[in-house]
Design a protein around this ligand. Structure first.
Ligand code: MG
Length: 381
């Protein structure tokens, strides 16, 4: 880069000093990476993390992994990838408003679900059962395995070599209580924002998908205060809306209501933070929070979604079948490890066959998993 262009590029540290609050995680204070690297000349450490996540194979495979619904009812509903983008979008909005490190928020959000196995939480439960006695399986933990061991993109180091802050944020998701008990530190505010955004996002989009897929009606959902109030606000502003526009307007309201609440509540709390740094805040009682009213309303909606949508008869059948396929495949790979791809056979020597089989299955998309099952066992029926 010539001297002239350097004049136009404000250093990351200077830019963050102007834009971020004292309690934000400033890039200059990052604890760095396991394998030391020189700084990039125009991207900060968390921008590089974001780019590494986006360019990883595991991230691309999120497009073939279900969120709640498989593709047998059309292509309207969210996949794990579009869910991730919605979380990143909402988390960035919140992060920017609270003057947190938006690059770190984005990296964390894009990374947060990267460890999901095929067939969502049903797939996770099946693999966890398969790996009983071998450490179990959790998607949050698997994200770390992918980032540190399984992704292979760089000549200089294994994995993605993400910053300590992103890995620690994900480790907190894997086991909140243990990490708090061990360190006495709350997660970084950026990590807390992603957690809040994740829940706001799925509450809104699962409502949308469930109505669109005709598993429940908006009127039925209106037994929950959060949806009832959103519906009343939309009907107050527009009369005689077409059904699809009504549903979409309600979803906008659900997002706006939740984001506004977390912003107002958290901004009031953060106003007491003074000059506390990111690390000092972690030792304080200051947290990203919502009003009690909103958390109760969210709990009510989540219970409704759990009972009426996630446990809908059709979904249960699809899930049960996927689980039994995964278990069959796991057993077959354990009996005949030579059926694993060569690099997982090598991995089996280090971590054992069951773990290597679980890692291979955990990385699969729904479609690839079905195809592999057909190759191993013939027809799915
Ligand atoms: Mg998520």
């Amino acid at each position: 880069m010539d001297g002239k262009s350097e004049v136009f590029l404000m250093s990351i540290a200077e830019r963050e000093a102007v834009l971020l609050a004292p309690y934000a995680m400033h890039s200059a204070d990052s604890r760095g990476r396991k394998h030391e690297e020189t700084e990039h000349h125009y991207r900060g450490p968390f921008q590089r993390d974001r780019d590494r996540v986006v360019h990883s194979s595991a991230f691309r495979r999120l497009s073939g992994k279900m969120q709640v619904f498989t593709g047998d009812r059309g292509d309207y509903h969210r996949t794990r990838l579009t869910h991730t983008h919605e979380v990143a979008s909402i988390a960035r909005t919140i992060g920017r408003s609270l003057r947190l490190n938006e690059d770190l928020v984005e990296a964390l959000a894009l990374f947060h679900d990267i460890g999901h196995p095929p067939f969502g939480h049903a797939g996770e439960d099946a693999l966890d059962e398969c790996l009983t006695g071998h450490g179990g399986f959790s998607h949050n933990q698997f994200a770390l395995t992918l980032a540190e061991e399984l992704e292979s993109r760089y000549a200089a180091f294994p994995g993605l070599n993400l910053t300590y802050e992103v890995l620690e944020g994900q480790a907190t998701r894997a086991d909140k209580e243990a990490s708090y008990a061990m360190t006495g530190l709350a997660p970084l505010l950026e990590v807390q924002v992603v957690e809040a955004a994740d829940s706001m996002t799925y509450d809104a989009h699962d409502t949308d998908d469930a109505v669109k897929l005709q598993l429940v009606t908006l009127e039925e959902l209106a037994t929950c205060a959060l949806v009832r109030e959103a519906l009343a606000r939309v009907r107050g502003a527009y009369s005689n809306l077409r059904d699809d526009l009504l549903r979409k307007a309600v979803v906008h309201q659900l997002i706006d209501r939740q984001v506004t609440d977390v912003l107002q509540t958290s901004a009031a709390i953060l106003a007491t933070a003074g000059e506390l740094s990111a690390q000092e805040i972690r030792r304080s009682a200051i947290r990203i929070a919502t009003t009690r009213e909103l958390s109760e309303q969210k709990r009510e909606l989540e219970k409704f979604l759990y009972d009426r949508v996630y446990r809908h008869g059709h979904l249960i059948t699809v899930r049960r079948e996927a689980q039994s396929r995964l278990k069959q495949m796991f057993e077959r790979y354990c009996e005949r490890p030579e059926l694993l791809p060569p690099h997982f056979q090598v991995r089996a020597k280090a971590v054992g066959v069951p773990r290597a089989a679980g890692d291979y299955l955990g990385g699969m998309t729904d479609r690839f998993c079905d195809r592999q099952h057909r190759e191993l066992f013939g027809s799915m029926s």
